[in-house]
Design a protein around this ligand. Sequence first.
Ligand code: UD1
Ligand code: MG
Length: 465
Amino acid sequence: MPPVRAPTVVILAAGQGTRMRSRTPKVLHDLCGRPLIAWPVDAARAAAAARIVVVDAPARTLDGRLPADVEVVVQPEPNGTGGATVAAAGLIDPDAPVLILMGDVPLLSAEAISGLLEAHAASGAAATVATAILDDPAGYGRIVRAADGDVERIVETKAAGDADAHELAIREVNSGIYVFEGGALLGALPRLTSDNAQGELYLTDVLAILRADGARVLAHTVDDPLIVLGINDRVQLARARELARRAILEGHLLAGVDIVDPSSTVIDAGVTLGQDTVVEPFTVLRGATSAGSGCRIGPGTTLTDVRLGDDVTVLHSYAIDCEVRSGASVGPFAYLRPGTVLRERSKIGTFVEVKNSDVGEGTKVPHLSYLGDADVGPGSNLGAGTITANYDGVNKHRTTIGAGVKGSVHTSYVAPVTLGDRAWTAAGSVVTEDVPPGALAVARARQTNVEGYDDRRDAERRARS
Ligand code: UD1
Ligand code: MG
């Protein structure tokens, strides 16, 4: 078998995506934590692309959204997939294969692409198109086979007028993924016309042109319906999400993660989870979230870009961009905000919010508290109703609490303020001044008891009536 030569990969992404009915460009819609366009870019990389070219629209909405090694060309007007390929022509090597991917076909696997490239290299065809047989082929281009089994042409079905009833009955569809010989593609592109129902240049017409030239055009039929799932509207996006979500969950299950209720669990593509970690129902793990082994996450927990060590428990909680180290426990009903570090074996309990704070090893904040911009040393215990007053209306200030501190219930720390190691606070204190190591801060009014108060009120009431 001839070796597969490294292809130039061209990803078409300049379409208007009108069927999405969205202000967001179609290929920037989210699929399991990454924009649609990131999926074919990764697939191209897995296919050992010599160069990756993305075709963008003149508004250049993809700027800043693509990896640095991806080259971007602009299609000056939205005149179809053929026009988009013409825009990339200057970067196509006539002596190498060209792999065309669609920016809106995200779920194709690296294996499917290498299978296509190998089939193309083995046959010596000028073009090979990846196809699939679908029960419901609606909306896709249909593969019209010649008597010899090769591809005669592809007929479009998006707009009425291109396909006849016989062609509409064909169930073999165009995935939109092709390999062309670079020179053959460059020779055919200038001959495309917009003489069709949509008045566009159809890339699909290149196949008929090549066959009419006497070149071979083959279909490589793939078994996997995922390869063809093109996203044109939000129904298809939802379907793709469901398929991708299941595949992601299965990957974790096979790797030793326990997902108690896959049907209520959402895990983004970039999430990593260690062995024997248990994900309880109604849990959403987003972005670059990671967890070590033996963690218990959920039920009812949402983590976005959160790093968990080993053996961490997070119950019924919501956390964004923070780090929870091994053995720590969070929740139920905690809210962890960006910049939070919970060190080893620390505990953040019920109805506790923590923002941009460092909570020391083994330190406990068990109930009804707010820590903002605080550094708390190891082995401290901050009682129910601990509040850092970190904001004076203009600036944020830090609260520094040492090691082994015993903060009593209902203590407010008015920042900037520092408590030394082994300091104590009395219940209900408003701590506005630094507390030396080992000292007890009592910062509240003394209690006064007014004797006989109730009798006096009674007497007053009787006198009035
Ligand atoms: C296209 C194919 C169809 C195939 C289907 C697979 C054509 C004419 N039709 O149809 O045979 O079954 O994909 O999903 O190729 N694009 C541009 N510039 C444009 C128009 C589109 O870059 O002017 C890009 C889009 O951003 C998109 C891709 O090309 O990523 C496909 O365009 P789309 O309009 O979705 O084509 P389909 O109707 O899906
Ligand atoms: Mg499409």
